[in-house]
Design a binder for this molecule. Structure first.
Ligand code: FE
Length: 335
């Protein structure tokens, strides 16, 4: 329980003497088991209650519909495309504080302060231990090489995780090259895109394909599941890079809503979430990477390999998502 104590200590330093503390209301795409330990610690240390509405979809639409009457102060979500969507819809407002700047490296927050990253995940290759040699795949570009014909499985090309990667490809190499790459990748597929990231690993385990694309944390999630651990043990992670770049990463993040009536309390909560201890706990709960200077992923996650995160600005990647979707449809990726 050492970490929990550290969390409390961190929260305590954020607790500013303020009369009549309002609650902080959160709309979250992230699951209760990830959020509850953090909100509990925050409340215990500051006396500020946190109410969380857990939603599967439609946070931006809901905030737009609610307008100024929205009770939400804070949005918690994953994927830069969802954060960008909220910003584009005008339902967030900027915050910038010294604490936030100190806790979140520049590449992981909006320059204007509309969103702040909390953790990262990489989108990498899951490779069959039996049928793919160490170091056989080193770049994303290589996924379009005909040597992989009939050997790759992925989920739908229109899922935000795939669109993020395609957007990064566009940003690195331009639209035409990205279309060629998508076509090559599609031609290499062992089957029509289907299922989630874990279903692709199951397909590798079952011998249907040799490599797939997936987010890093699914390795941890599969290992903690009795049935899926077998799938996980059939593969290892390879961390490809873009030619002239690094490994594609995405973030989980937090925004202050435009409608927030409790900006002071919400800001304290957001500062608390970005604190190194809170990031480590948040990251550990979902096998992700904390991003504050000096923080570390847990041993299991660190053991999957080291990588250099791609240097592209996440907002620039998000700006390409419309083009990425159009190209994915043009090449009929999902068939
Ligand atoms: Fe996921």
């Amino acid at each position: 329980m050492k970490l929990a104590k550290q969390l409390l200590a961190t929260a305590a330093t954020l607790a500013v003497a303020a009369p009549a503390l309002a609650d902080v209301n959160v709309y979250s795409y992230r699951q209760p088991e990830l959020i509850a330990p953090l909100t509990d610690a925050f409340t215990e240390a500051t006396g500020i209650a946190v109410n969380v509405a857990y939603l599967d979809s439609g946070i931006t639409e809901r905030l737009v519909a609610e307008g100024d009457r929205s009770p939400a102060d804070v949005i918690l979500t994953v994927d830069i495309s969802r954060l960008a969507e909220a910003v584009d819809a005008g339902v967030t407002q900027p915050i910038r504080t010294e604490t936030l700047e100190k806790n979140v490296p520049a590449e992981f927050h909006d320059p204007d302060g509309h969103w702040w990253g909390l953790t990262t995940r990489a989108r990498v290759v899951y490779a069959s231990k039996e049928r793919v040699a160490d170091g056989e795949i080193t770049t994303y570009e290589d996924l379009a090489d005909p040597k992989w014909k009939g050997r790759i499985c992925t989920r739908s090309g229109t899922h935000v995780y795939m669109l993020g990667l395609t957007s990064a490809y566009i940003k690195h190499h331009g639209e035409e090259a990205a279309k060629e790459w998508l076509t090559g990748l599609k031609d290499n597929l062992a089957r029509k895109p289907q299922g989630n990231d874990r279903a692709q690993v199951k397909a590798i385990w079952a011998g249907e394909c040799d490599i797939s694309l997936g987010n890093t944390y699914y390795m941890g999630k599969m290992l903690q599941d009795e049935e899926q651990a077998e799938w996980a043990n059939a593969v290892r992670l390879e961390f490809p890079v873009f030619e002239g770049g690094g490994t594609h990463v995405n973030i989980s993040g937090v925004s202050l809503t435009k409608a927030s009536k409790n900006v002071d309390e919400a800001t304290q909560f957001i500062e608390f979430l970005t604190s190194p201890n809170a990031q480590e706990i948040y990251a550990e709960a979902n096998y992700e990477y904390p991003i504050a200077p000096g923080t570390k992923a847990i041993d299991l996650v660190a053991g999957w390999g080291t990588f250099e995160a791609d240097g592209l600005n996440l907002m620039e990647i998000a700006a390409e998502r419309g083009t990425a979707l159009r190209l994915t449809e043009e090449v009929d990726y999902d068939q």
